[in-house]
Design a protein around this ligand. Structure first.
Ligand code: 13P
Length: 250
């Protein structure tokens, strides 16, 4: 029996507007009922971050960013630093999401630099890894994810808390999920990779599963060994679904 409390993180991606604040309020109101078995966090788009920081303050729901720059400040139009997220009261920042890797050309080295920036700012990076369908079908999933993990964890972070999220690219937004056995195999491999990299701290490092997590499949996925919570996209936009996923961690 491990001591890792489950963590359920909502990644709103490029969704939501002022009307979404009501959903966040409902999530905050429901956090107490799931708090015995799951911590919650929401990563809103930057336009809503200030409002959510106020809405979520002193509730059971933490705030997170969806991305950060590697530098603390400077002439980087459109970017947000880890220090800025920390200033807003955020606890987490997602780095290396597959959508950033694919659409913004983020390499493992960039992801590692962003994770180091998060640690520098006192945030917990949520470092995302995951294979494509082609890589899965070619039998390369373990090797690809192992390589991403090793190269995306910066040396600077080793002594600080961070989170890993395994998100198979082919499961994101598709309604498809890996089998429980596939998730168990990958999460065990990630735990081993963490042990090799950060030693005993690997036992407290949370490894989330992400990709088409819904209320209907959450109970099975959240009870797979070495799964310490979920990184939820579409189903995190509705408070009822998000809270139902957290409830499924019980
Ligand atoms: P979906 O839950 O919409 O598949 O998205 C998963 C994801 O990418 C979370 O970061």
């Amino acid at each position: 029996m491990n001591q890792r409390k489950k963590l359920v993180v909502g990644n709103w991606k490029m969704n939501g507007n002022k009307a979404s604040l009501a959903e966040a309020q409902t999530m905050a109101a429901g956090a107490a009922s799931v708090s015995p078995f799951a911590d919650l966090a929401i990563c809103p788009p930057a336009t809503l971050a200030g409002w959510l920081a106020d809405t979520l303050k002193d509730t059971g729901v933490a705030l997170g960013g969806q991305n950060c720059h590697t530098e603390a400040r400077g002439a980087f139009t459109g970017d947000i630093s880890a220090e800025m997220w920390a200033d807003l009261g955020a606890r987490y920042v997602i780095v290396g999401h597959s959508e950033r890797r694919e659409y913004h050309g983020e390499t493992d080295a960039i992801v590692a630099a962003k994770a180091a920036a998060a640690a520098r700012a006192g945030l917990e990076a949520i470092i995302c890894v995951g294979e494509s369908l082609g890589q899965r079908d070619a039998g390369e999933a373990l090797q690809v994810v192992g390589g991403q993990l090793a190269a995306s964890i910066p040396d600077a972070i080793a002594a600080k808390p961070f989170v890993v999220a395994y998100e198979p690219v082919w499961a994101i937004g598709t309604g498809r999920t890996p089998t429980a056995a596939q998730v168990a195999e990958m999460h065990a491999a990630i735990r081993d990779g963490l042990r090799a990299r950060i030693g005993k701290a690997a036992e407290t490092c949370k490894v989330l599963y992400g990709g088409s997590v819904k209320p209907e499949n959450a109970r099975e996925l959240m009870h797979v060994e070495n799964v310490d919570g979920a990184l939820v996209g579409g189903a995190s936009l509705k408070a009822a679904d998000f809270l139902a996923i957290a409830q499924a961690c019980s």
